[in-house]
Design a protein around this ligand. Structure first.
Ligand SMILES: Cc1cc2nc3c(=O)[nH]c(=O)nc-3n(C[C@H](O)[C@H](O)[C@H](O)COP(=O)(O)OP(=O)(O)OC[C@H]3O[C@@H](n4cnc5c(N)ncnc54)[C@H](O)[C@@H]3O)c2cc1C
Length: 472
C-alpha cells in the first residue's frame, strides 16, 4: 500500500491521557495551563483526596479564620500571561470596594475561591480537553507498557501518557504535628479565654496567624515564642518596593552575592529607600542563583543563611505587623526538644543557644514549625520505588528541572512526569509561592504540549501506534 494511503486509512491518534494527582494551587495551575495549551484531543483526570479542587491546604483548611496572603493582590494570577487577573476578579466581586486595591493583602480563602473559579472556567471552556474530577487518594504508581498506571484507594487504576504530581503538603493529618497542636485546627473559644499562657514553637508567619487567631478568640494571657534565631517576622512596605539588581549569578560565589546584597541594602538605606525592595529584587533571582550553586554552596546557604533570608523574604502585611507589634510576644532564642502533657497543662523542654535545658509549663502549645513537602506518602514513595522520580540530593523534595519535569533514576526514557510546587523545593528553592508555581505550571504545560504535538506528527507520518514513548 502506498504510504499516503496507509496514513489516510490509519486510525486517528487517540486522545492523550494526562493525570494530575493533587489539586491545590499547583494542580489547579497545571490544569488551567493544560486546558489552554493542549492543541490536540486530551483526556484529563484530576484527582484530589479532599474533594476540593483549587484551594489546597494554604488557601483552604489553613485559611478558615481570615488569614491573610503575604503576597499583594497585584502579584497574583492563576492564569499564565494574564498578570493582574486576581485584582480584576476582585474588582468584579467587590464592585468597586477599596479593599480590592492591587496593593492590598487579601484573605487566603478569597484567593482559594478565585483559584477554584478560574479552574472551573478553564476546564469548561476548553475545546480540546475533556476533564474528569476524581475524589480519591492516589496510593501507588507503576509503569504499564508505554504508560503509567496510578492506583487509587477507592476507584481502582487509571493509565496515563503523562503524569503531574501536585501533592504538595500531602493529605492533611493535623494530629501528626509533633510539638503541639496544629495552628490551623479550629480553636475552642472557652479554652482560648481561660488559658493563662501559650507557647508557639517557631517564629514565622504561621506563628503570627496562630497568635492573632488565638487573641481574636479571646486569649488574653502571656504569649511566648521559641525560635532558633530569635527573629520575629518583619513588615511589607505599604506599597510595592523594588530596586535594580545585577545578575547575581555573575558574582559566582555565595560570599560575593552576600557582600553585594549587603552593600546594595546599605546604599538603598542611605538614599532613604526600603530594604524590602532589595529583598524583592533578590527573590526574583533565587531560582537562577540556586540552580547555579554547587551542592556545597546550597548546603552552606541552608546551614548559615536560610533563616535570615526567610525572615526578610516572608513578610507580614503592614496591618498584621502592626497588630503583632502592638503586643509583642516574649521571644526565646533556642529550640523546643519535647512537649509532654503534665496534668491540665503541657511541659516544654527548651534548649537555649548555649545548650542549657529548661522545663516550662503552658496551658496551650502550638507547633508552628512550618510545612514541608510530603515525600513520605505511599504515593510519592511508590513513585520513588519504581524509579519514576528521585529525591533531590539535599532530600528536601524531588529532583526536578525548572518546568517541574522530574529527573528520574531511569533518565527520560519513560512517560513524562512533572512534580510541581513545594515538591521541587530542594531543586529550585523559590518554588512554594503562588507566582512561581503558576509560572512553573505554564512551563510544564508548554513542554507537554510540544511533546504531544511531536507525538501526533510522528503518528501521522508513520501510522505507528500512539503511545507514551512517542513523548520521550
Ligand atoms: C500556611 C501557609 C500559608 C501560605 N501563604 C502563602 C501566601 O500568602 N502567598 C503565597 O504565594 N504562598 C503561600 N503559601 C505557599 C503556597 O501557597 C503553597 O506552597 C501552595 O499553595 C502549595 O500548593 P500545592 O497544590 O502544591 O500543595 P497543597 O496545597 O498541599 O495541595 C495538595 C493537594 O493534593 C491533595 N493530595 C495530596 N496527596 C494526594 C494523593 N496521594 N492523592 C490525591 N490527592 C492528594 C491534597 O488533598 C491537596 O488538596 C503558604 C503556604 C502555607 C503552608
Amino acid at each position: 500500500m502506498i504510504p499516503q494511503l496507509a496514513r489516510l486509512l490509519a486510525p486517528a491518534a487517540p486522545p492523550v491521557r494526562i493525570g494530575i494527582v493533587g489539586c491545590g494551587i499547583s494542580g489547579a495551575a497545571a490544569a488551567i495551563a493544560i486546558a489552554r495549551r493542549m492543541s490536540g484531543p486530551t483526556e484529563l483526570v484530576i484527582a484530589d483526596a479532599s474533594g476540593h479542587f483549587g484551594p489546597g491546604f494554604a488557601h483552604g483548611p489553613a485559611a478558615g479564620r481570615g488569614e491573610l496572603l503575604n503576597v499583594r493582590a497585584r502579584d497574583l494570577s492563576m492564569v499564565p500571561d494574564a498578570p493582574g487577573d486576581f485584582t480584576n476578579w476582585l474588582a468584579g466581586q467587590a464592585a468597586g470596594r477599596d479593599d480590592a486595591a492591587p496593593e492590598s493583602f487579601q484573605p487566603r480563602a478569597t484567593f482559594g475561591r478565585y483559584a477554584g473559579e478560574r479552574l472551573r472556567e478553564a476546564l469548561s471552556g476548553s475545546r480540546n480537553v475533556a476533564t474528569t474530577l476524581l475524589t480519591d487518594e492516589a496510593v501507588a504508581a507503576e509503569p504499564a507498557g508505554d504508560r503509567l498506571r496510578v492506583r487509587f484507594r477507592h476507584h481502582g487504576c487509571q493509565e496515563f501518557d503523562a503524569l503531574f504530581v501536585a501533592t504538595g503538603y500531602g493529605t492533611r493529618e493535623p494530629s501528626l504535628r509533633r510539638l503541639g497542636q496544629d495552628p490551623y485546627r479550629p480553636l475552642d473559644a472557652e479554652m482560648a479565654k481561660a488559658a493563662r499562657n501559650a507557647l508557639f514553637v517557631g517564629g514565622g508567619l504561621t506563628m503570627v496567624d496562630s497568635l492573632v487567631n488565638l487573641r481574636r478568640a479571646g486569649f488574653a494571657g502571656a504569649a511566648t515564642v521559641v525560635s532558633r534565631h530569635g527573629l520575629l517576622p518583619r513588615p511589607h512596605t505599604p506599597r510595592h518596593a523594588d530596586v535594580k539588581m545585577v545578575d547575581l549569578r555573575e558574582l559566582k560565589s555565595l560570599s560575593a552575592i552576600l557582600r553585594h546584597v549587603r552593600r546594595t541594602e546599605r546604599e538603598i538605606a542611605t538614599a532613604g529607600g526600603d530594604w524590602q525592595g532589595v529583598a524583592n529584587a533578590v527573590r526574583c533571582q533565587v531560582q537562577d542563583v540556586w540552580t547555579s550553586f554547587t551542592l556545597a554552596d546550597r548546603q552552606r546557604f541552608l546551614d548559615h543563611l536560610a533563616p535570615y533570608w526567610e525572615n526578610i523574604r516572608h513578610r507580614l502585611p503592614p496591618e498584621l505587623h502592626a497588630e503583632l507589634d502592638a503586643l509583642p510576644p516574649e521571644v526565646l532564642e533556642g529550640r523546643v526538644l519535647e512537649v509532654r502533657r503534665r496534668g491540665t497543662c503541657q511541659e516544654a523542654i527548651v534548649e537555649d543557644v548555649r545548650g542549657r535545658l529548661a522545663a516550662r509549663r503552658f496551658d496551650l502549645v502550638f507547633d508552628c514549625t512550618g510545612y514541608r513537602p510530603a515525600v513520605d506518602t505511599p504515593f510519592v514513595q511508590s513513585l520513588v520505588a519504581q524509579g519514576l522520580v528521585m529525591p533531590d540530593p539535599l532530600r528536601m523534595g524531588l529532583a526536578v528541572a525548572r518546568s517541574g519535569r522530574v529527573r528520574s533514576a531511569g533518565g527520560r526514557s519513560g512517560p513524562p512526569v512533572f512534580a510541581l510546587g513545594p515538591l521541587g523545593r530542594g531543586s529550585l528553592y523559590e518554588i512554594t509561592a503562588v507566582p512561581q508555581i503558576v509560572a512553573q505550571a505554564a512551563a510544564a504545560a508548554e513542554a507537554l504540549s510540544r511533546l504531544s504535538a511531536r507525538g501526533r506528527a510522528r503518528h501521522a507520518a508513520s501510522a505507528a501506534p500512539w503511545g507514551l514513548r512517542s513523548f520521550a
